[in-house]
Ligand binder design. Structure first.
Ligand code: ITT
Length: 199
């Protein structure tokens, strides 16, 4: 049986393969890249959950197969939760991880560490072609470093240091990150639902 991963973000795809395989999900995982003719859905939702559901439904409807989607981002305390759902395009260019990270660091300036709290959030959605839907969320709390460190992962990983860690997410191994991450938590919570509704 096939399950579509309704994302074109390479960093997410790598992590989702590992997270879902570790959870023992025995499905043929196919990235949205396998369906290049299906246009990207407009992310018009105002929450991570709404956007994850929009992406999952679009792929499920277009392929006739069950689909899971991830909508995620970084929510910074002193910015009132921004960039939040706008994390992928914070600098104005969608998917320019370096520009997004640079802009965020510039906005935080020299605000000191106790005031640099932030969390990663992930909504993991499942949609079936008949319109059935489920969505669950996960978070990873931490603080934002003043300078980036580490080369693993993607996005804002080089500046988020999870609570209880001395390393940034980009200094953790992929397995260490998945064990504690917003994405790991959300998708591990979704697995029993996928088992029940997809097989
Ligand atoms: P799809 O919609 O195709 O899945 P996208 O990159 O547009 O890809 P989002 O709208 O969910 O996805 O944006 C997520 C952004 O949040 C991503 O570009 C990163 O900048 C950031 N982000 C999410 N999870 C992250 C993680 O685990 N580590 C670092 N940054 C992360």
């Amino acid at each position: 049986k096939r399950l579509i991963l309704a994302t074109r973000n390479a960093g997410k795809i790598t992590e989702l393969h590992a997270i879902l395989a570790d959870a023992g999900l025995d499905l043929d995982l196919v990235g949205a890249d396998a369906y290049p003719d299906i246009p990207d859905v407009k992310e018009t939702g105002v929450t991570f959950a709404e956007n994850a559901l929009l992406k999952a439904h679009a792929l499920a409807r277009a392929t006739g197969l069950p689909a899971v989607a991830d909508d995620s981002g970084l929510c910074v305390d002193v910015l009132g939760g921004a960039p939040g759902i706008f994390s992928a395009r914070w600098s104005g260019t969608h998917g320019d991880d370096q520009a997004n990270l640079d802009l965020l660091l510039a906005q935080l300036g020299d605000i000191d560490t106790p005031h640099r709290g932030a969390y990663f959030a992930c909504a993991a959605a499942l949609a079936l072609p008949d319109g059935t839907e489920r969505v669950v969320e996960g978070r990873l709390n931490g603080i934002l470093r003043h300078t980036p460190s580490g080369t693993n992962g993607f996005g804002y990983d080089p500046i988020l240091q999870p609570d209880g860690e001395t390393r940034t997410c980009a200094e953790l191994t992929p397995a260490e990150k998945n064990a504690i991450s917003h994405r790991g938590k959300a998708f591990r919570a979704l697995v029993p639902v996928v088992r029940e509704l997809v097989g």
